[in-house]
Design a protein around this ligand. Structure first.
Ligand code: SF4
Ligand code: SF4
Length: 69
């Protein structure tokens, strides 16, 4: 049986990221967490629901969330 869960690819552009912590704070499922030196990390891409809150709230436009085809 084919899964109906949608998969999202969450990419953080570390050239733009200022390590403000907003994305890990706002992600409702903790798909993004704050790692060492306040660097945001994708903890588990399968958790991402595609809500886009991280992408919208990042002040440096450093996050790109895309539906995996
Ligand atoms: S919200 Fe943007 S700038 Fe802030 S830690 Fe996340 S990716 Fe970096
Ligand atoms: S799109 Fe939503 S669920 Fe996915 S990483 Fe961003 S805030 Fe978390």
């Amino acid at each position: 049986m084919q899964s109906t869960k949608k998969l999202y690819n969450v990419v953080i552009n570390y050239n733009y990221c200022k390590r403000c912590g907003i994305c890990s704070w706002i992600c409702p499922v903790k798909a993004i967490v704050e790692g060492e030196f306040d660097i945001p990390q994708i903890s588990d891409p399968l958790k991402c629901t595609g809500c886009l809150q991280c992408e919208r709230m990042c002040p440096d436009f450093a996050i790109d969330v895309r539906l995996v085809e």
